[in-house]
Design a protein around this ligand. Structure first.
Ligand SMILES: C[S@@+](CC[C@H](N)C(=O)[O-])C[C@H]1O[C@@H](n2cnc3c(N)ncnc32)[C@H](O)[C@@H]1O
Length: 205
């Protein structure tokens, strides 16, 4: 995957995305993710790769200062249309190279983004960088065990063409960043634990 391809593929996904990833089991998983969100009124929250804004629909956005970024103008436009009369700030931006200063946000949300960006470790490092010390990171994504089955390895390149990678291993990402973050929760959310809810906090004061 690269950004140019993601731009093309998510332009194609944008008209039908919500009908697949914002209904049924996916919607139930998102509802669980935001059932008791671990952040507080007036906090600054960043949604990374916000897409059509599916997660935003599950929060009382009037309570928070929300910024939402996405690389795809088409996906972002869907979110903007849904939330046009709000104070949510939508910005077209690469999640691997964000323009925010260090320690800007109280919480960073990454739903289905680490499995999509060309370089998940770079994206993770950026999410950590812009998070305040002691801030919370919420990740909802599909992750692969370190040893992938033969079938998965065979299918992986075809799924990548559709705009997502089924081979990202969370433990590797965590290992590469464990000095900066502490794992608080890692729970199965969907499809026998393939999709997970992960909560992390940033170290430091
Ligand atoms: C699978 S969708 C997830 C959207 C949303 N977070 C959700 O949970 O429905 C992946 C999103 O990541 C965006 N994306 C892909 N590469 C990106 C990048 N380098 N920086 C920011 N967003 C990116 C795509 O445009 C798409 O909207």
């Amino acid at each position: 995957m690269n950004n140019r391809w993601n731009e093309i593929i998510y332009k194609l996904w944008s008209p039908m995305y919500d009908r697949i990833f914002n209904t049924g089991k996916f919607l139930e998983a998102r509802q669980k993710l935001f059932h008791h969100p671990p952040f507080h009124p007036h906090q600054r929250i960043l949604f990374v790769g916000v897409g059509t804004g599916a997660d935003l629909e599950l929060l009382d956005h009037t309570q928070f200062q929300i910024t939402a970024i996405d690389y795809s103008g088409d996906m972002l436009q869907k979110a903007k249309d849904k939330f046009k009369d709000t104070t949510i700030e939508f910005i077209q931006m690469d999640a691997q190279q964000m323009s925010f200063t260090d320690n800007s946000f109280d919480a960073v949300i990454g739903s289905l983004i680490l499995s999509v960006v060309p370089d998940p470790d770079r994206c993770m490092k950026e999410m950590i960088r812009v998070l305040k010390p002691q801030g919370t990171m919420i990740i909802f994504d599909k992750f692969s065990p370190s040893k992938m089955s033969l079938i998965k390895r065979m299918v992986r390149p075809f799924v990548k063409i559709m705009g997502t990678d089924i081979g990202v291993n969370f433990e590797n990402l965590y290992e590469q960043n464990h000095k900066a973050i502490i794992l608080k929760e890692n729970e199965p959310l969907l499809f026998n634990g393939m999709y997970r809810k992960i909560i992390l906090t940033k170290t430091g004061r």
